[in-house]
Design a protein around this ligand. Structure first.
Ligand SMILES: CC(C)(COP(=O)(O)OP(=O)(O)OC[C@H]1O[C@@H](n2cnc3c(N)ncnc32)[C@H](O)[C@@H]1OP(=O)(O)O)[C@@H](O)C(=O)NCCC(=O)NCCS
Length: 142
């Protein structure tokens, strides 16, 4: 599949379970995650807002926002098909996710940058949280 930006449409919709699994397995940062297709599909109804990029109806990228609808929005699962990367599709998905957050007047739009992806998000206006107010996560579950 060769990129042709004019032929790509961006829709405010959640990917199907099959589409999401395909993209997720190609993301490159999830190989270590042992997660079933069933569990992956269970994430989708929890999206507050999603965007799908499609070419001739075929999914080429997606991105999702989790949120409480007022205070917090967390952008997750921004993934573009490997052969379509580097042509602005990820940027367009992000712009649409951010625009929706602005339209809904969300106070804080946040994300976790995967290792090596910081430059991508900085180009979109994101800045790292300060050292005395960092993003944090549980070291281990259970
Ligand atoms: C990250 C990802 C979504 C970017 O999508 P993309 O369509 O390739 O990105 P774009 O073509 O819109 O790139 C926009 C800009 O960011 C830059 N960029 C892309 N990836 C980058 C990276 N890892 N580090 C620094 N800059 C990056 C591009 O060079 C481009 O710069 P330019 O505008 O000066 O040309 C895509 O590489 C991907 O799916 N990666 C695997 C999944 C992943 O890691 N997602 C992020 C999870 S936090």
């Amino acid at each position: 599949m060769s990129p042709d930006n004019a032929a790509i449409e961006y829709l405010g919709q959640t990917p199907t379970a099959d589409e999401f699994e395909r993209l997720f397995r190609l993301s490159g940062w999830t190989e270590a995650m042992d997660i079933s297709a069933y569990r992956l599909a269970e994430t989708l109804p929890h999206a507050w807002y999603s965007v799908c990029a499609r070419r001739d109806g075929e999914i080429v990228g997606t991105g999702m926002v989790l949120g409480d609808g007022v205070l917090h929005a967390l952008i997750v699962d921004v993934i573009v098909m490997p052969e379509m990367r580097g042509h602005g599709i990820g940027t367009e998905i992000m712009k649409r996710l951010i625009a929706h957050c602005h339209e809904e007047r969300i106070l804080q739009v946040q994300l976790f940058s995967a290792r090596g992806k910081r430059g991508f998000y900085e180009k979109l206006g994101f800045v790292a949280r300060p050292d005395d107010g960092p993003g944090m996560e549980l070291a281990e579950l259970g």
